[in-house]
Unconditional design. Structure first.
Ligand code: UDP
Ligand code: MG
Length: 323
């Protein structure tokens, strides 16, 4: 039987030193994997350092290296999508370029797949350096997300995973613009045939994290909006709460005025009520706005990315445009 092909999709944004080191480690690991061949798909997500050039250098000596060069920074999720679109493997492994997804776990992912698992996920274990604040924020985020979402979304599940071709093709059939792999996967996740491999993530090999506070917040809001319409109902719930509070307050003021002959001073109560209701309305408008914004983006049905695919064929590079 011919060897199966495994595609390794690496999304890289300004990871010039990491791609070279990662390639080195992938090569070592590849030798431990029996009955499979590899292709390495490096997705350069519009980097402005030497990431692309370093990938080209790797490709010079190794035709298994393929490059998807995105024409600007489209973000991690789109970068993974682009890599997946070009991957030809019977299984696809997704990983970050910064070596926080240790390549030496790859043989285990592949073994699980060879034993019949169609989805092999990883679970990041907390290490000694994980701060209490980070753990608390992550726990709260996933608790609220799962409370609001129609399907369970796994906590601490990084984008280091293996998918069988069957599920890659499923994922490719999703054409939404704003995508979150973690959530889409939960949507298609079978009850069985899934294995979860725990691992400890080391510090990144070189460079700094591309997720600052604003980007992380954006991701969190996207997660809520994409997988739940419950926040929209929040407007109704807040409206009901405000109405009940207003009614109680009305009754209190009425009794105080007519039975205790102690009229409540107007200014403070009116201001508090007006500001409170104003804030509630603005929050609700904001929530509705988030959803309308998403609809606005989705209806345009723009292509997800613009990219060149650089593959070494018969000794020369043949870029082709993908739209
Ligand atoms: N990444 C990307 N496009 C982006 C941001 C990040 O392709 O716009 C890549 C990045 O190069 C890395 C992976 O996504 O390989 C995860 O990013 P990072 O390590 O910065 O995230 P963290 O591990 O800090 O959550
Ligand atoms: Mg990282």
């Amino acid at each position: 039987m011919p060897n199966k092909l495994v595609s390794i999709v690496v999304s890289a944004y300004n990871e010039q030193d990491n791609v070279t080191e990662l390639y080195k480690q992938l090569n070592i690991v590849a030798k431990d994997c029996k009955n499979v061949e590899f292709e390495y798909i490096f997705v350069d997500d519009g980097s402005n350092d030497k990431t692309y050039n370093n990938c080209l250098k790797l490709q010079k000596d190794d035709a298994r290296v393929k490059i998807v060069q995105l024409k600007r920074n489209f973000g991690h999720e789109i970068a993974m999508t682009a890599g997946m679109d070009y991957a030809k493997g019977d299984a696809v492994i997704f990983m970050d370029a910064d070596l926080q997804h240790p390549p030496h776990y790859i043989p285990r992912l592949i073994k699980a797949w060879q034993n019949g698992k169609e989805i092999v996920l990883t679970k990041r274990m907390d290490n000694a350096e994980t701060s209490k604040t980070y753990k608390f924020c992550a726990k709260t985020f996933y608790y609220i997300l799962n409370l609001l979402s129609d399907m369970p979304i796994m906590e601490s599940a990084p984008d280091f995973r293996l998918l069988d071709r069957k599920y890659v093709d499923f994922l490719k059939s999703f054409n939404e613009q704003d995508r979150l792999f973690r959530g889409l996967l939960s949507w298609i996740m079978p009850q069985d045939n899934v294995e979860i491999i725990p691992f400890e993530a080391p510090e990144r090999f070189s460079g700094t994290s591309k997720y600052n506070f604003i980007k992380s917040l954006r991701l969190a809001i996207n997660s809520f909006v994409q997988f739940s319409v419950v926040p929209l109902r929040l407007a109704t719930i807040l409206g009901i709460i405000a109405a009940v509070l207003a009614l109680l307050m009305g009754v209190y003021v009425f009794f105080e005025h007519f039975f205790m002959h102690n009229p409540t001073p107007g200014y403070a109560t009116i201001m508090v009520t007006v500001v409170f209701l104003g804030a509630v309305q603005l929050i609700c408008l904001g929530i509705i706005g988030e959803y309308i914004g998403k609809i606005h983006i989705e209806v345009k049905k723009r292509p997800l990315y613009v990219a060149d695919f650089i593959e070494k064929k018969a000794g020369k590079n043949e870029p082709e445009n993908h739209i």
